[in-house]
Design a protein around this ligand. Sequence first.
Ligand code: PLP
Length: 284
Amino acid sequence: MSRIAYVDGVYRPHRDASVHIEDRGYQFADGVYEVIAVRGGKLVDERLHLVRLRRSLAELRIEGALADAPLKFVLREVVRRNGVLDGIVYLQISRGIAPRDHGFPKTARPVLVVTARRSRPANPKLAEDGISVITMPDIRWERCDIKTIALIANVLGKQQAREAGAYEAWMVDGEGRITEGTSTNAWIVTTDNLIMTRGADHAILDGVTRQALIALIRRGGYRFAERSFTVAEAKAAREAFLTSTTSDLLPVVAIDGQPVANGVPGLLTQKLRAEYLAHVAEHV
Ligand code: PLP
């Protein structure tokens, strides 16, 4: 089955799909996106993704994007046309096409692109063995709560992690506190079993996986605080893990080459992972 993409109102063969050279997403990274997991052909936590999408659009003052009902139709249609049962659907909305000028164009209308692709759930070995992260200064702008397509700092961070043989880079703010990973949220469990992740301030993206896990944690009655932590606190933690749509929940067993506790996935982390996977399975 050949891949199909949706570009600005038209379903096209993926290999021929393209945007205009004066699309502001291409020229200014003037746009937003979402990545939604597909399990059994169903979109996981779609409502949370669409709420976040509307918020991102409003923060960038991008008006006139497709409303939720037709957007949901397009998402399903792209998933269906690509025969995706397990994978992801990607959507991007730019401010539109206009002669290059920084200020908002008067006449442009938003351009929507949707693609979908099959992917296996993250390699189970990553969950069994755990993954390593490195830390680095967070060099991004002050509105990381908006899911913009301006991801160059994240791109450079992820590449640095890969070159260091790590799965992810945890970025660190000016006060020495971890903000988040380049495409994941960061969590620790302290030695007195308090689960911690940074509060959803402007320094992080409020991950949908993060939101779903917080709801499960609250329901489960675990000790939990939305609080930032330093690199030293993370290195002294009993357990650490990360979350995202594409990684689910993965145990972090080393930070900057130093084992977290005894260097194996933590028990609470494994329990939370099982609860999160059960939550995802509910969609199927
Ligand atoms: N933080 C950043 C910077 C991200 O790019 C992402 C996902 O792409 C996340 C966190 C996790 O968000 P979600 O759980 O919605 O995938």
